[in-house]
Design a protein around this ligand. Structure first.
Ligand code: GLA
Length: 653
């Protein structure tokens, strides 16, 4: 018997008088809520003075929820230390790169390297675990919230130096890796090294990149300390922490995903309409890939759009469609920020499952309808139920490097390149996952490499072996250029990938104006002087130089796209490589091995290659879906699975 899906959101009862709590639970039951995250920002209400706890209110909340049959994802509230803590330990407040020590007044104002903060974090963790270890309500621990606060204070500087000593062993290796010979930055004593604080002109890119790696590792250490204590005190209760997705990546998610019991993500699309659906699919495929075949959870989304210049409601049906996009890819449920829209405080305009208008509202009616639909869909046994044909390489280190100082074009955008690769395949109905450049790749029919500026020797060998073995590799411009210390690989670009691509790039020519490529349309941002060295030109620049190349290597083929194409140009290159799906744009069909999700994101009725009985409505599906409609049907037959290319790869990096 499969577990039901989780459905609910962040619940912040401390923002409301107690009379509202009973109504909350009644409304949650009406909406089919099964799980709420409680206490994410409650530290000051739980520990109003050092070591003095006021758990009474939380006892009552958890009892009420348990009586209502609602599970609790109990938070450890370390993302928002109380005002008394910051006053007592000003050295634990974040310092920006400009040297400004932030003050209390928002959230996330801490330094994970401050000893007082580490101690206080463990103290509140222990207190919560000891208090609620035998309570009926908690089913999961939710440590912190969206880790992502870098600090440049002296505690961080000391920890950075210790991290660097572990990484490099000696100063000679560090000076070499950071190319400190440039601008006379040679370090003769560890004490001279600081985080990349504000400085006169461009900072050292290798130092900047190492600092980002360090920040990710130190935040992970803070998480792991709490996780280990929770595992000791409440064995068997899974521990998660919610990742921020896409636009902002403060941590190395491949690494983190090996440390959490459940990958959970927050997803707030910045686009609207179809663009939001595309971004949602991208986010869910990333989460599914990080989970490496295990179930994962959409921990937060919103009932409206919150990013961009203006907040707006989601259109009718979008709340359900976005939720199902995640569930279709293995999410254990659909959760929101937050249950009840706040009436005051910094996010008082953030939408909730219960909006300011109250339950007599379109949003709450849609929330109830979604709860009813989810009740009828059994939880997935995991994202590994999807057979992905294509992998897109995803590496936060490479992204951080491309966000570094002094690059030849400010318009090179790794996230945009990865999104384009995903979007183009999504529109054609091709199942995609993400992989780290060092993952085993033979399972995939094709591997797409968005502008992956930085690549290790090991990863480059991995890609070459993939092609030799029969794979199709499609590399976009500005890939393979730098080593893991952001040093340029010499002898011609794209350095580490020159041989497998069979080309040698002598010069870059960033484009100020678009140029037109025959058959492929406009080329923007970037162009290159490409010499063929075994490859053949598939498309040329107006001046005659190769723009897109193909190189047969062993049993496979490596393609190179030396400029930025628009979506249709990129789709045409993929079609040349043999990658073209048969999907209808805007109609998403996600095939798990035992059931199929079909979601129509368009405003017209559409044909869908799906038959059977819809698990949600119990009605037959006759190969058509109404505008904005969705269905989930059991798979007719289990697809034959070629074990060589059958699954998402486990996250074993
Ligand atoms: C994040 C946070 C939430 C809330 C939402 C608002 O995802 O985790 O606490 O601030 O953003 O969009």
């Amino acid at each position: 018997m499969r577990m039901p899906l989780w459905y609910g959101g962040d619940y912040n009862p401390e923002q409301w008088p107690e009379e509202v709590w009973a109504e909350d639970v009644a409304l949650m039951r009406r909406a089919g809520v099964t799980l709420v995250t409680v206490g994410v920002f409650s530290w000051s209400r739980l520990e109003p003075a050092e070591g003095r706890y006021t758990f009474g209110w939380l006892d009552r909340v958890l009892d009420l929820l348990a009586d209502g049959g609602i599970g609790v994802d109990l938070a450890v509230p370390t993302a928002s230390p109380p005002p008394w803590f910051s006053l007592a330990h000003p050295d634990a407040l974040t310092v920006t790169r400009d040297g400004v020590r932030l003050t209390h007044g928002s959230r996330d104002t801490y330094c994970v390297n401050a000893p007082a903060y580490r101690e206080a974090s463990l103290r509140i963790t222990r207190a919560l675990a000891e208090r609620y270890r035998d309570h009926r309500a908690p089913v999961m621990w939710h440590v912190h919230n969206e880790y992502g606060t870098p600090c440049h204070c002296d505690h961080a500087a000391a920890a950075f130096r210790a991290w660097l000593r572990r990484r490099y062993g000696g100063l000679d290796a560090l000076n070499d890796a950071w190319t400190t010979a440039f601008w006379g930055q040679h370090y003769s004593d560890w004490a001279q090294i600081t985080p990349p604080r504000a400085t006169q002109y461009l900072p050292n890119p290798a130092q900047a990149l190492d600092f980002r790696r360090f920040v990710s590792d130190e935040m992970l250490a803070h998480f792991a300390e709490q996780r280990d204590l929770l595992r000791e005190l409440t064995p068997g209760v899974p521990v998660t922490t919610n990742y921020v997705l896409a636009g902002w990546a403060c941590v190395d998610h491949w690494k983190w995903s090996r440390e959490v019991d459940l990958v959970s993500v927050d997803d707030y699309p910045s686009g609207r309409g179809m663009a939001a659906a595309e971004q949602t699919a991208f986010a869910a495929d990333l989460a599914r890939s990080w989970a490496g075949g295990r179930p994962w959870l959409l921990m937060e989304q919103a009932t409206g759009y919150v990013l961009g210049p203006r907040a707006s409601p989601k259109e009718p049906g979008e709340i359900a469609r976005h939720s199902l996009q995640h569930v279709a890819r293995g999410s254990k449920g659909a959760m929101f920020f937050q249950w009840r829209a706040s009436r005051g405080g910094a996010e008082q305009w953030h939408p909730g499952m219960v909006p300011h208008a109250g339950p007599d509202s379109r949003v709450f009616r849609e929330v109830c309808a979604l709860g009813e639909a989810l009740e009828r869909i059994p939880a997935s046994a995991g994202g590994s139920l999807i057979d992905a044909e294509v992998a897109i390489l995803w590496d936060e280190e490479a992204w951080w490097a491309v966000q570094g100082p002094g690059l030849p074009s400010a318009e090179i955008d790794y996230l945009a390149a990865a999104r384009q690769a995903h979007r183009v395949l999504w529109r054609q109905g091709v199942a995609v996952c993400f992989a780290h450049p060092s993952h085993d790749l033979p399972a995939y029919r094709a591997v797409l490499v968005p502008s992956l500026y930085l690549i290790s020797d090991e990863a480059a060998r991995n890609l070459a072996a993939y092609v030799e073995g029969g794979g199709t590799l499609v590399v976009s411009f500005f890939s393979g250029i730098a080593d893991e210390h952001t040093r340029i690989r010499l002898g011609g670009y794209p350095g580490a990938l020159r041989e497998v691509l069979g080309i040698r790039v002598e010069e870059f020519r960033p484009l100020a104006e678009p140029v037109e490529l025959p058959e492929l349309g406009p080329a923007t941002v970037w162009s290159e002087v490409v010499h063929l060295d075994g490859a053949e030109a598939v498309a040329r620049y107006p001046g005659g130089g190769p723009a897109v190349t193909r190189h047969r290597v062993g049993a496979g083929t490596a393609w190179y796209v030396s400029t930025r194409l628009d979506d249709s140009g990129y789709a045409r290159v993929l079609a040349h490589t043999g990658l073209a799906g048969s999907g209808t744009p805007g109609v998403e069909v996600v095939r798990q091995r035992d059931r199929v999700f079909a979601i129509n994101h368009t405003e017209d009725e559409q044909p869908v290659p799906v038959d059977g009985t819809d698990l949600i409505t119990g009605r037959p599906v006759d190969g058509r879906l109404g505008p904005g409609g969705y269905v989930v049907v059991p798979a007719q037959t289990r697809p034959a699975v070629d074990p060589r290319r059958s699954r998402d790869l486990p996250n074993h990096r």
